[in-house]
Design a protein. Structure first.
Lengths: 362, 362
């Protein structure tokens, strides 16, 4: 029934609602396109943030060369929406998932990260049996301490084997400098990200010298788009949050706009305190308390499952039914709680876009 | 396609998966029923935890007198599954939501919490126009500092007005001692919960003396089921987490079993460190890091969106593809990330139950 809310003012729709300012979104996409237009690197936006094929298509129209997914299930959603060039920036392990991956290769140009020779052989075998060739890149551990092979020559044995496997196409390498993207000080962020990229490019050089050129060198998040995105040898960046933004990223890359908010309503008010109908099941807390955008003179306090408390500094009194607008502290996980965006232009709901990849953790 | 996993062993299904041990669930429901069988109070389980009509029906079959919901959308899901006696333990504010509530009253015995006279008048007006009578209870603020009228005589003017409104049936009062349910020390928890219940019963006495008897006195969470559930005058308790449990509640009410786990798989392993394919989008973090249940000799470290790290103390080596089992730290919000439970008995998937109320924040 929610589709009958198209055309309403955003202060009139039912609450809580995940609201996306279409104009701010499009300005963010244009800003990234403008930044990259005279650089060698392109953007392969990480769709784990928005999980929405409509937004992914807008990114492709704005010059993105493909998209990135965290999960196979997300990639299936995007491929069903007609998107072809998809990188799953994670390892796909085990026969169940490999069957799904190979199936996906029949109707998309799927590409997957690899860090282990046995996994590579299993991928090749399944692809060969299905008559497809899987695009693969090696994940390099560039300092975050998560997945990936060690940088430099350690990647060579794996790359050599992958190059010989008949079901695989060796496309290049990726590394995610996730430990650097949120460093508040720009100089320190730059130093840390460049150190990570030096590891990635060291690996590329070793591969080049070994006759296994890495055509794709993929890296980067939104917080390092202007560091990694200009680092020599990097061919694409996997920035995600720049599209919608959130309160935490606003402190890191303030040149992008907060396009994402939650509109909630007051359900209880008494003097300097009020309670709204949006809690942990509407806005995630791991990056801190969300930021109250409107009304002025109030701040968000604690969250419980379906409530958050407001405290007044010098704002006007609130009454039950009054609307408030909140900027999530972490967009990626907050969006993943919701089934749809209420897309607004000049405060009017102009569209409702499904968060089609929501919950696709498999 | 996930329904084709029925019949598999839980270690064979795709990952990550929200797994519910049916036998442990049923023992938890039986334990609550046994505890209450010779007590005056009954249980009205809070379905915000499980969001699953199948579990709600099992609770009704085990003696529950009805169910509790946090949100109107949850109540709509439960009513569509044929459940009649539903308490929304929150205020329903504004014309959009009141229309939905009155509509729901036509096919359920819905009951709603009220704390404000203007809201009561609006509810009555909408109910009268629709030809239904809404069941209502007054929410009393018993110390948590969230919603509700002050205890004692402050509830009288609102109750008197509600008793005269033609669209409402005044059923009684509720208070949620949420600030006490997690106090680790049982004596301190008892003292705090009893102090809260004294406020609630003081209100009931004031209403009785005013000729407005509170037939329903509803309170309590899982952490205080054996305090609030035996407090004189309390007629029903709203415990929710006792059914599925989670790692945090296990420290408070260890007599209930952890029926809820997440099965994930290792995607990367190197010596004393490993990475699994389940992060913040699979298991929520606000009550701390989830607890690794299997394998022994490993512990869960940090979580990112789709990964969690494992650290070895003295466990056997792990390899990509190995399964692990994790106990969520907060069941209510973790369940809300998932579309279905993989229901097991003796480790075999015997059913898949939709989390039908997932995302119903409106």
């Amino acid at each position: 029934m929610d589709r009958y809310e198209i055309g309403l003012n955003k202060w009139e729709i039912d609450t809580p609602a995940l609201v996306l300012d279409l104009d701010a979104l499009e300005r963010n996409l244009a800003k990234m396109a403008t930044f990259l237009q005279d650089k060698p690197a392109r953007v392969r936006p990480h769709s784990k943030t928005h999980k929405c094929p409509t937004i992914a298509w807008k990114q492709l129209e704005a010059g993105a060369i493909g998209i990135t997914c965290a999960k196979l299930g997300e990639a299936e959603v995007m491929a069903r929406a007609g998107i072809r060039d998809i990188l799953i920036a994670n390892q796909i392990i085990g026969p169940t998932k490999i069957r799904r991956l190979v199936n996906l290769a029949a109707y998309s140009e799927i590409m997957v990260a690899v860090e282990d020779a046995e996994n590579a052989r299993q991928l090749s075998e399944a692809a060969t049996a299905a008559g497809v060739r899987l695009r693969t890149i090696i994940e390099v551990e560039v300092g975050m301490g998560r997945c990936g092979v060690e940088p430099g020559e350690d990647a060579l044995p794996l790359a050599r084997e992958m190059a010989t496997l008949p079901g695989l196409r060796f496309e290049g390498i990726m590394g995610y400098e996730g430990h650097t993207v949120m460093i508040p000080d720009m100089d320190k962020r730059r130093a840390a990200a460049e150190e990570a990229m030096a590891r990635l490019i060291e690996t590329k050089v070793a591969l080049d010298q070994d006759g296994l050129p890495a055509g794709i060198v993929s890296a980067g998040g939104s917080g390092t788009y202007n560091i990694t995105g200009v680092y020599p040898g990097v061919t694409e960046i996997q920035a995600g949050s720049y599209a919608t933004m959130d309160a935490r990223y606003k402190g890191v890359i303030p040149e992008f706009e907060n396009a994402l908010t939650v509109v909630a309503q007051v359900i209880s008010a008494r003097g300097d305190r009020a309670v709204i109908d949006a809690g942990l099941k509407t806005m995630t807390p791991e990056f801190g308390v969300p930021e109250l955008h409107q009304p002025a003179g109030w701040a968000l306090g604690g969250q419980s499952e379906e409530h958050s408390s407001l405290k007044r500094s010098d704002g006007a009194a609130l009454r039950p039914g009054d609307r408030v607008e909140v900027i999530p502290s972490h967009g990626c996980t907050t969006i993943n709680l919701h089934d749809a965006y209420y897309v607004t232009s000049n405060e009017r709901v102009v569209a409702i876009w499904p968060v089609a990849g929501r919950g696709q953790v498999r």
